[in-house]
Write a protein that binds this ligand. Sequence first.
Ligand code: ADP
Ligand code: ASP
Ligand code: MG
Length: 594
Amino acid sequence: MPILVQKFGGSSVATPEKIQSAARKAIRAQQDGYQVVVVVSAMGDNTDNLIALADQINTEPSAREMDMLLSTGEQVSVALMAMAVQRFGHKAISLTGGQIGIRTDSSFSKARIRSIATDRMKSLLDQGNIVIAAGFQGIDEELNITTLGRGGSDTTAVALAAVLEASACEIFTDVDGVYTTDPRILPEARQVSQISYDEMLELASLGAGVMHNRSIEFAKKFDVPIRVRSSFSDAAGTMIVAESESEAASVCGVALTRSEARLTIQRVSDRPGTSYEIFKRLADRKIDVDMIVQNVGSDGLANISFTVPQGELKQALRALEDAKQTVSAAGISVDQDVAKVSAVGLGMSRQTGIAHQMFSAIAAAGINLQMISTSEIKISVLVQRSVAEQALRAIHATFSLPKTPTDAKSWADTSSQRKSHLSPEQVIERLQNADMERLMLDEITMADDQSRITLTDVPDKPGLAAEIFQTVAAQGVFVDMIVQSYDGDAEVNSISFTIPRSQFEKCQKILASMKTSVGEVQASREIAKLSVSGIGLRSHTSVAINMFAALAEQGINIQMINTSELRVNVVVDAAAGAKALLALQNKFKSLNQF
Ligand code: ADP
Ligand code: ASP
Ligand code: MG
């Protein structure tokens, strides 16, 4: 019999009536011929309430006790859900993460799933039960209760669907599906009929809270189709599958991370190993770092800036204080009044000019860009928090996101011909792997036909980045990686970008002939871009660190870096390219990740 996993989020089980309505959905699925596993979150705001309760007892509670506490929220829900199913005359049994056998590592509050036992669930299903599983939790080797991170019930649900080889995973929530952006922020957002794993993964990790990003890693790795739909209606919802909704659209969605903080470690020496020393300390603390930008001054000293979620700022500062002496930094500066706005789309990699279109829209709204970081399928900018929603609206409009693309696939038409991106053998092989959430790399590559242009002392005013990229794009220059750093004190920026080497001279001429002052041009004709690609690379912070380590060990300096869920790219001097490629291959081979 086919298996269906249904997950109900906090707002879908917030009251006894809602629990009963969720129970009816599960019973209906069973009557439709499925064996049903239901995953539930804590009721309503219960997790937040438990956090507030802990705060009244101890403002710095230990992570282990926090997980012990938070896991109780889901335990309440599973028991009530099982009672609801039983009351309607059907068989149900509730299980905690530990009872199912969801084994995780021991990183409390951010635990990763290692393995999931299926025997008990399967035999309970065969006995006619609806199995009600607690989301968000597992147990480590010492039987400590662990949790997977906020929003982690989605990850439990998709991981269960993967190991049970379910036909699909349904995520019931308080919106009708996945929208082009959070419909609570922009009412003009459009519900999409389908979205690709890669796009959803990127959006989720850039702030689209509708799905926990790690759940999409599982979906992609094990080919689990996800349907996001409303708990309160029977509307079809949105499918998350291998293919995008549209081939023509460059951008499929925009996301906002409101509570971001920028950190800059000032005037460190620009030599091999500096990034490694800094980011190793952040990775050791499992801090999610994003938008890493370095800005090298003419004196050979660099400012390295990056962003972290505001909740992790305290920890990040501790890590930087620890690194400060080793890298001889002059100081550390922090800006907590920032937000990150990002556009995502697989189509970006096929079209030019997307970045300048986005920068122009933001400039037209009179908003200043503090930092920029682009990669193959996303562009992120950092702006002042008070104008972030305005920036989001401007980007949403410039890419015509409220309109359905003309070539949009409708899930109803294509569901019978769903193309899987993996063969059944590949899925089985991946499932047999001992460590489910382990990092998986696809390839390590090098492009050595590019050049880098760096503009230093760029005046910090709205619209300048847009003007620069508009001017070069208008003359046919294909810009690839873009990073812009911000030095709030000096009120100047530095912008670096890569272009094909064949356009190097042309691009320099264009910049020299621009009427507006764009600062000083420092260019490097011969660079190599090295890329490590895989699944979920931003949540596996170790990838960038291992790249830094491998290059530092060989004495190779990193000129630029960008990260996305699909890839981490670094730029080095072309003369060091071959050596760098070998160093990366050896590093990841020795770690058994490649
Ligand atoms: P649950 O409790 O069911 O897990 P969440 O609150 O975690 O629900 O996620 C649903 C919320 O995600 C929606 O209410 C919506 O405000 C928000 N959201 C953010 N981005 C998006 C998006 N792109 N599409 C749909 N909802 C989004
Ligand atoms: N209850 C947990 C939270 O609020 C997990 C979840 O809802 O997915 O984060
Ligand atoms: Mg959620």
